[in-house]
Design a binder for this molecule. Structure first.
Ligand code: CP
Length: 303
């Protein structure tokens, strides 16, 4: 398959191959010459219908470090505003001899839909509350780097599970690699189906943190929130926010992750986000190597 639409469509061997390839690219990036000539004959369009900082810049850097030609499309500055459809938009871009599309879209399944209607390799850069596969890959890659392995580790995903594409992709990726996974958050923000994915639910934050090796603190997605779902921000922080005092009272040192952007003082305080226990910026750094690996492996099927 010439697409990365979700972790759901991968197996453990796919993830191993992506990580081994990312190891190689991370070594390349860490040298003074950060670029390889590998994809000089590939053109990639980054199509973003939703805001992004990390994913957009990380994909663009990954593509440039592979020597691909890159064009960037932001829906808010485009003819989408005049009513042009998604398929027309992408087919017009593809007619300029583009080989691969990286797309972020607010609608769940947008990448799957597109893959059935256009002739190009599609990478899902986040589709609504559905999947964010490269985020989950870089998250697992960062756990592997920090703890040596993902298999057998206890990982808790804390917060707004209901609206989170990061949570779903992480659950698929972590389970494939043999991690034990719990979710923790307000009942109103945990979908009922989650236990069918082999994930335990914990509503007590301290117990979840005592159990885990890694806590992935999700952003509260106010933009996708129906007000009736939510405890107030103050209540949320009181019950599910992590601060230094909470970490110091645990029996062990755990690894803190966050996909970004952080609501500082809501999910985690600054003294946690910026501490030695946090690998938040390592996640961002690893995102480039992981995305280089994904693009490289997909492009090798095009050529
Ligand atoms: N983690 C993540 O997807 O961040 P952006 O929305 O800034 O891309």
């Amino acid at each position: 398959v010439n697409h990365l639409l979700g972790i759901k469509y991968l197996n453990e061997l796919d993830i191993d191959l992506i990580f081994e390839t990312a190891d190689h690219f991370k070594e390349v990036i860490n040298r003074s010459i950060k670029k390889v000539p590998t994809l000089r004959d590939i053109t990639i369009a980054n199509i973003f219908f939703e805001n992004s900082t990390r994913t957009k810049l990380s994909f663009e850097l990954a593509e440039k470090r592979l020597s691909a030609d890159v064009i960037n499309f932001s829906a808010s500055q485009s003819s989408v505003k005049k009513g042009e459809t998604l398929i027309d938009t992408v087919n017009n871009i593809l007619s300029m001899k583009v080989d691969m599309v990286v797309m972020r879209h607010p609608n769940p399944g947008a990448g799957i839909f597109l893959s059935k209607h256009v002739n190009a390799s599609i990478i899902n850069a986040g589709d609504g509350a559905h999947e964010h596969p490269t985020q989950a890959l870089l998250d697992s890659y960062s756990i592997r780097e920090k703890l040596g392995d993902v298999g057998g580790k206890n990982v808790v995903i804390v917060g707004d599970i209901l609206h989170s594409r990061v949570a779903l992709s992480n659950i698929f990726a972590l389970k494939l690699q043999g991690a034990n996974v719990k979710v923790c958050g307000p009942k109103t923000l945990i979908p009922k189906y989650i236990t069918t994915l082999g994930v335990a639910v914990e509503t007590n934050l301290i117990q979840a943190l005592e159990w885990c090796d890694v806590a992935n603190m999700l952003r509260v997605q106010n933009e996708r929130m129906d007000i009736s779902y939510f405890p107030t921000t103050r209540e949320y922080t009181k019950q599910f926010g992590v601060n230094r005092k909470i970490l110091e009272n645990l029996n062990k040192e755990i690894v803190i992750m966050h996909p970004g952007p952080i609501n500082r003082g809501v999910e985690i305080t600054s003294d946690v986000a910026d501490s030695g226990q946090s690998i938040i910026l390592d996640q961002v750094e690893n995102g480039v190597a992981v995305r280089m690996a994904v693009i490289y492996l997909l492009a090798s099927k095009i050529k």
